[in-house]
Design a protein around this ligand. Structure first.
Ligand code: FNR
Length: 382
């Protein structure tokens, strides 16, 4: 029975080849950041308030003039097509049905236009990696604008790819090569293998310069893995602004001074994130730095959080500490692995129910009330 997020994770482990599961599940190096993301959430205890009217819990949040029905959205994840062919579209559709945004990764395996069509409504946002050849970013942003994407998320914490030892050990690399170990791994997961055979090999289709153009896997891999533009600075935001008039968010901010700089440079929102523990292994957990960032930003722009959110209680914790809403990465991918779009919807429903129950138990009918009732208990996070 799939009752908890951990159940979905265990099922994903059973249905995916090991190299795929570990690509999704793993973190950088010693995975100490990955662990800290969870530990620091668990350390935060929610002191309940009693005898308050919680007949109606309002889970919705207002973001850039839109109403999200739930206080979470789907974080951008690359290579979703390796978890399930058509994975980007499935995630987008499930999110649209839930009334929350889906963020499409630059490293997606379906074209931005196609994903928007499959979603059949709702909000899609685009996550941007800026590579040395800046024309790629310019072209992608223009296409997203034309296709009706609502917000742009610039990911700032991947000046270079994190070193994930599990991927190295499993022989999972880009460009993809079938090693004896991977062949053995795949042979033990025939269901996944059949799906991949019928779905075609996943490609980074959004990186081609021209629509319809297909870059070789080698070129795509080197673009993503080795060609990040490390000359990107705060001044580069002006260049991005000239391409994009809608909400612009910065993802991967952990330092309060960067939060202040972002607000000063006209960024419309921050995603406090350590990339789910996949980049700088020595980085602090997102939740531990959230209060400092919320304080520094002082309400000028909304602050969001991702990395380690696994339950409704985690969402309440983040909101109590000042996040407008959260993004989830791996949990949606566990759902995708377990049951495609339906699996993603099931995971989101689990989170939504969990959130509502946690709010009622802690005596809050809205995020605002949760924040107002917040009282540190037990061991402080920092
Ligand atoms: C990611 N993440 C990510 N972020 C991003 O900006 N662009 C990307 O292409 C990817 N790709 C990606 C792939 C996979 C498999 C994972 C697990 C994550 C990071 C993602 O957006 C988010 O920050 C984390 O996943 C949040 O942490 P949790 O919810 O997975 O703990």
């Amino acid at each position: 029975m799939l009752l908890t997020m951990e159940d979905y994770r265990s099922r994903a482990r059973k249905v995916l080849p090991r190299f795929v599961f570990e690509f999704v599940d793993g973190g950088a190096e010693h995975e100490s950041c990955l662990q800290a993301n969870r530990d620091d959430f668990e350390r935060i205890r929610l002191t309940p308030r009693v005898l308050r009217d919680t007949r109606e819990v309002d889970a919705s949040v207002e973001v850039y003039g839109s109403t999200w029905r739930q206080p979470f959205a789907l974080a951008p994840t690359g290579l979703n097509g390796v978890v399930r062919p058509g994975g980007d579209g499935m995630l987008a559709r499930a999110a649209a049905e839930m009334g929350v945004p889906f963020v499409l990764s630059t490293a997606s395996n379906q074209r931005a236009e196609e994903v928007r069509a499959i979603a059949g409504g709702g909000e899609q946002w685009l996550q941007l990696y800026v590579m040395q050849d800046r024309r790629l970013a310019e072209q992608l942003v223009r296409r997203a604008r034309t296709a009706g994407y609502r917000a742009l998320v610039l990911t700032a914490d991947v000046p270079v790819g994190g070193r994930r030892w599990r991927d190295v050990r499993n022989g999972f690399s880009m460009p993809f090569r079938v090693t004896p170990r991977i062949a053995w791994d795949v042979a033990r997961r025939p269901g996944w293998a059949l799906r991949m055979l019928s779905g075609g090999s996943p490609r980074f289709v959004n990186l081609a310069e021209q629509p319809g153009e297909s870059l070789s896997m080698e070129v795509q891999a080197s673009l993503l893995a080795r060609s990040m533009d490390r000359s990107l600075t705060w001044d580069s935001l002006r260049w991005l602004r000239s391409l994009w008039g809608g909400p612009l968010l910065l993802k991967g901010v952990l330092h309060r001074e960067d939060a202040v700089l972002a607000a000063r440079h006209g960024v419309d929102g921050l995603i406090v994130s350590n990339h789910g523990g996949r980049q700088l292994d020595a980085a602090p957990s997102s939740i531990s730095v959230l209060p400092g960032i919320v304080d520094a930003v002082a309400g000028r722009i909304p602050v969001f959080l991702d990395s380690g959110v696994r339950s409704g209680a985690d969402i309440v914790r983040a909101q109590a500490l000042g996040a407008r809403a959260v993004f989830i990465g791996r949990p949606a991918l566990y759902g995708l692995a377990c049951g495609g779009a339906r699996g993603v919807a099931d995971v989101m429903r689990l989170l939504a129910e969990d959130y509502e129950r946690t709010m009622i138990l802690s005596g809050s009918a809205s995020a605002r009330q949760a924040r107002a009732s917040w009282e540190p208990a037990g061991q402080p996070v920092q």
